[in-house]
Design a protein around this ligand. Structure first.
Ligand code: TUI
Length: 308
């Protein structure tokens, strides 16, 4: 049996990305109901909001689901406490090192699956007792590392014994088959699920992803040490211009404050930060989570059968 399916007790090794503001109980439960592993993205949300969303998800599905913890959140400590009380099947972590929380979470019998952008961090996470690793290439949306999925996955899967989940640039069966070929046992998919029927975000966000071309998912924030991949628009172009002109972190933070919310909730095409991965240009239509998952599984297994 596939190791990711075994650890998470799911049908298909497809994990939905824990996208802040985007991945709510509605999306997570739809992915889990379809046989994947749905994740509630907590971003910088308060512990009370996170508790509410986890309880909502439990009402919407009997299937296992997880929560993503964004480690740069000012609410990270209280969010971890809520997670320990509510006991989702697993957590994924992003934008930092979860070492501090590992023991507590494992004691609560919650699987811990850190997202890592480097080989060194993957090895450190294995030593600390991570149950699996999500190795995320720079093709991904949101907060990113520098290495590509193509070079990260084969190296991490050679270096660690725990199962590896590939992320970054994966939106269809080709990406899933490639991930298996590179040594991963599963995939994490974010951007494709933005374009799902069950994703409760402003229609403008979905349309922005659907109309994105190959070079439209650009990186802002390289000068601050917090690179973020987001779609090209007035906001991201202004951000890059200010970086070029030597703006301080404080000035850039002021410009960025609230911009993800403006994209997700208000659909503000000028001031919003439409975080998305390079795979945006591969996504052509809005489908249900069930259709997306079944299409990816079918396409990847056909590719693997056709090789020999
Ligand atoms: O976390 C993500 N992607 C995200 S989080 C997010 S919320 C946000 N909003 C505004 C500004 C910034 C973020 C949007 N997208 N992906 C997982 C990921 N984790 N990518 C890279 C990393 C990472 C980076 C450094 C993981 C660990 C790490 O460790 C550094 C250390 O402390 O050793």
């Amino acid at each position: 049996m596939n190791k990711i399916c075994e650890i998470l007790n799911i049908k298909y090794p497809i994990i939905q990305g824990g996208m802040a503001w985007v991945a709510d109980a509605n999306l997570a439960s739809a992915v889990s109901e379809a046989g994947g592993f749905g994740i509630i993205g907590t971003g910088s949300a308060t512990a009370d909001i996170v508790r509410e969303e986890i309880r909502k998800c439990k009402k919407m599905t009997d299937k296992p689901f997880g929560v993503n913890v964004m480690l740069m959140s000012p609410n990270v400590e209280s969010v971890i406490e809520v997670i320990i009380e509510e006991k989702p099947k697993a957590i994924t972590t992003g934008a930092g090192n979860p070492a501090k929380y590992m023991e507590k979470l494992k004691k609560a019998d919650i699987k811990v699956i850190p997202v890592v952008p480097t080989i060194a961090l993957a090895k450190r996470m294995e030593k600390l007792g991570a149950d699996a690793i999500i190795a995320e290439g720079t093709e991904a949306g949101g907060h990113i590392g520098e290495l590509t999925t193509m070079v990260l996955i084969p190296q991490i899967s050679d270096e660690v014994k725990i199962p590896v989940i590939a992320a970054g640039g994966i939106a269809n069966g080709k990406g899933m088959a490639a991930s298996f070929a590179l040594g991963a046992q599963g995939v994490q998919i974010g951007t494709r699920f933005i374009c799902s029927k069950e994703c409760n975000i402003h229609e403008n966000y979905k349309q922005a992803v659907l109309s994105a071309k190959d070079r439209d998912a650009i990186v802002t924030g390289r000068t601050t040490g917090h690179p973020v991949r987001t779609l090209k628009n007035k906001f991201s172009k202004e951000y890059l211009k200010m970086e070029k002109e030597g703006a301080s972190s404080e000035e850039l933070d002021r410009l960025g404050a609230g911009s993800l919310r403006l994209a997700v909730i208000d659909g503000d095409l000028e001031k919003g930060s439409f975080m998305a991965g390079q795979s945006a240009s591969m996504i052509k239509e809005i489908k249900s989570c069930k259709e997306i998952i079944e299409e990816i599984v079918k396409e990847s297994s056909n590719i693997m059968k056709e090789i020999y």
